[in-house]
Design a protein around this ligand. Structure first.
Ligand SMILES: [Zn+2]
Length: 339
């Protein structure tokens, strides 16, 4: 069972899961909000020590008519706290664990409307955008585990009140027993689940052989990342994968100042010779349009998600072992990368 499947199984049972990896500044302790009760909320406070809030995706916030604090500022952060709420019915003081758990369950219910809540109240909801981060990853965990898209979240802080890294969180004896999953792995699962609606594809005959080109972009203004798929890699053990960083001079003009075009041609040849495989043609997020940027970091969660959508959980990378960073990042997304 993969790390994502293990985390999903625990989350489906209403258990707490740590969402974070070593690079994240904020590690969240997450729990499905649709089934939260007073003991689970208490445990979230006890183990996380930070502020507890209710993470909701933007469509749920609109359904509940929650004010959007970003409307005036225009800032598009991953998390935007909005006006505190209470359940309209069944609340006593509003402060108690029981009352706040009830409010979270009401807000998490996909059938609830704005009339089921009152403002101001005692539970802070936060609008969670699709910008990759720990909170949006926790919402993806809710989706994968079949829970309602709403999560009770607590940013983990250390004994001095500072945000704890994953290593510091895991040093705590109680938190060590909580299952952890990386946001990158969850975001790759998100990409894989949304490829069908966010991509276009066509047949692409090339000199090396026949490919299917799948162009994927999360938003209209994003550059497309293209997966060139040959054969059916899902049926192969350890299919060949080449991750190519776009290089205008090398790829289009055959520049001899870098090896990009040669690598691309060699990868296409090796994959068609092997019968199946995938070339991911990626745009580095910070790239200048014409410089050769093969060493720039790329969105590994996006690459892993596209590979997952091709049915690939394990692969061989066609880079001769050069790109250790990418290899480690893909492994961090839950893929098995041989070699
Ligand atoms: Zn190049």
């Amino acid at each position: 069972m993969s790390a994502i499947e293990q985390a999903s199984a625990r989350f489906a049972d209403g258990e707490l899961v740590l969402v974070g990896d070593e690079r994240d500044e904020t590690v969240f302790l997450a729990c499905p909000a649709d089934g939260i009760d007073a003991p689970r909320l208490d445990r979230l406070h006890e183990l996380g020590r930070g502020m507890v809030f209710l993470g909701l995706p933007e469509p749920a916030a609109r359904r509940l008519a929650l004010p959007d604090p970003r409307r005036d500022t225009g800032a598009r952060r991953e998390i935007a706290l909005t006006a505190p709420i209470d359940a309209a019915i069944g609340i006593e003081t509003g402060w108690s664990l029981r009352d706040r758990a009830l409010t979270m369950r009401v807000a998490a219910d996909p059938g609830s409307r704005s009339s089921d809540l009152t403002i101001p109240g005692h539970v802070y909801p936060a609008l969670v955008g699709e910008r990759p981060g720990g909170a949006s990853a926790a919402l993806e965990l809710a989706r994968l585990s079949g829970r309602a898209p709403a999560v009770a979240l607590c940013a983990v802080v250390d004994r001095h009140g500072r945000a704890a890294s994953l290593r510091e969180a895991r040093a705590d004896e109680k938190l060590r027993r909580v299952h952890a999953v990386s946001p990158a792995a969850l975001h790759s699962a998100w990409v894989a689940a949304h490829v069908a609606e966010l991509s276009v594809s066509c047949a692409l005959p090339t000199k090396a052989g026949r490919f299917r080109a799948v162009g994927y972009a999360r938003a209209d203004q994003d550059p497309a990342t293209v997966a060139l798929v040959h054969g059916d890699p899902a049926t192969r053990s350890l299919p060949l994968v080449h991750v190519h960083v776009a290089c205008l001079f090398g790829d289009a003009f055959g520049s001899l100042l870098c090896d990009c075009r040669r690598d691309l041609d060699a990868a296409a040849g090796a994959i068609t010779d092997d019968g199946a495989g995938v070339i991911i043609y990626a745009m580095p997020p910070q790239a200048k349009p014409i410089a050769c940027v093969r060493d720039e970091p790329i969105d590994a969660a996006l690459v892993a998600g596209l590979l997952r959508a091709c049915g690939i959980d394990e692969c061989r990378l066609l880079d001769g072992g050069r790109d250790r960073r990418l290899r480690d990042e893909l492994r961090g997304c839950g893929l098995t990368v041989a070699g």
